[in-house]
Write a protein that binds this ligand. Structure first.
Ligand SMILES: [Zn+2]
Length: 297
């Protein structure tokens, strides 16, 4: 999925970035020592990592531990797909030591702002992978929900650790992932309808069906013919529920669930309720698995 040479190139790039990142901190530490004791502690710059969306903040916090400050730009009622920048978001970007984005294809406005600030350390997580199977068939573009595959989340976590010079360790262990895989084994072949094409990476990691999405992987509407085919596929393929997401008040899902007489279930691929802690990413994936299972209960 990610050729070693690309990853190593990235690591090298990040290692160079890391040195650049620490230089201002080191030099201010030196000047603080030379200065008198009247220097206040609160002017010593503190590392701040800013991510575009909540799931990347879960990964960053788990990768860096509780002592490093991690914040994200997405607000609770904002979808990851239409992130807009408020004044306070711009301020956060300016204060950040490292900015982590999904990628400039996914967050073009944010990427543009960050790239226009000279010397800002930026990590775009889609650059860490090469995708072949995970292209959204409706849009012919990469499915951006890469954080839903815990193996990929570990790769992202490692890249963040390298960027900040923190020792590398996994944010979710292989054993934890194996346990969750086993939990989902009985429902692996069962069908469902999802709000949008968000669960492809999750399906890859856990050997379950990627489902039948009402909308494309960017949250956009599909045409009438696709809607008709979806209803037919859901009927033929024995969909067991319709997933809705907290960020979208979606009438389409309600209508389709009504027509096909299927229960509605909530799934939150953005982990809005998950805590930003060292164990937060693992907890997020665990609750995602529970939410997924509830479709077939
Ligand atoms: Zn999405």
């Amino acid at each position: 999925m990610f050729p070693a040479e690309v990853y190593i190139k990235k690591l090298f790039f990040n290692a160079v970035g890391l040195i650049a990142l620490w230089l201002p901190l080191l030099s201010s530490a030196v000047s603080a020592e030379k200065a008198t004791v009247s220097i206040r502690n609160d002017v010593v710059p503190q590392l701040l990592v800013i991510t575009s969306i909540k799931p990347l903040a879960l990964i960053a916090q788990a990768a860096l531990g509780n002592s490093i400050n991690v914040e994200f730009l997405q607000s609770a009622n904002q979808s990851a797909h239409d992130l807009t920048l408020t004044a306070s978001a711009l301020d956060k970007i300016h204060r950040a030591s490292l900015i982590v984005l999904v990628g400039d294809q996914f967050e073009p406005h944010v990427a543009k702002v960050v790239q226009d600030i000279p010397g800002k350390a930026l990590l775009q997580v889609l650059d860490l992978f090469t995708f072949d199977g995970e292209v959204d068939v409706y849009q012919q573009r990469v499915d951006p929900h890469v954080w839903l595959n815990p193996y990929s989340a570990n790769v992202i976590g490692h890249a963040i650790q390298v960027a900040l010079g923190v020792p590398q360790r996994d944010i979710i262990s292989d054993i934890e992932i194996e346990v969750l895989k086993k939990t989902l084994e009985p429902v692996g072949t069962l069908g469902y309808i999802s709000h949008h094409a968000a669960l492809g990476h999750f399906a890859d990691a856990f050997n379950v069906s990627a489902g039948m999405p009402i909308r494309d992987s960017n949250g956009g509407h599909k045409g009438a013919r696709s809607q008709f085919l979806l209803r037919k596929a859901a009927y033929d393929g024995g969909a067991q529920c319709v997933f809705v997401e907290p960020q979208y008040a979606d009438k389409d899902a309600l209508v389709i669930a009504g027509e096909l007489n299927l229960p509605l279930r909530t799934i939150d691929p953005q982990g809005i309720d998950a805590p930003l802690t060292e164990n937060g990413y693992a907890q997020f994936v665990q609750s995602l698995v529970v939410q997924f299972q509830a479709c077939f209960g």
